[in-house]
Unconditional design. Sequence first.
Length: 125
Amino acid sequence: MTQNGTARGLTAKQARVVAELLAGASLSEAARAVGAGRSTVYRWLRLASVGSALSEGQDVSSKAAAASLSGALELALGVLVSDMRGQDAGRASRAAVAVVCHYSGLGTFLALEARVGELERLQQR
């Protein structure tokens, strides 16, 4: 740990802002949570250490969501297969179709997220 209490070189307030943003808070909400102004938080986000921490957290969240959705996809496909074999699975079948549709969109999202990450890395050079 560094002297300011974080392993990545963030202050405690910066680390909390990152955590708030990763939890779904708006920038204004995150700023209020740590007692900082929005302009201060915008400035922090331009720092490599804060931006990296936020990107890493988003990557972890995305991967966790993908893993969870992948598990749901397996269940959904099982319901679809069962339904196609003539078993009654009305509502479950509609839910399975929804999961399959969302799963297909996740691949597009993850590809775009990777492209944005690469562009951000190139911009920081």
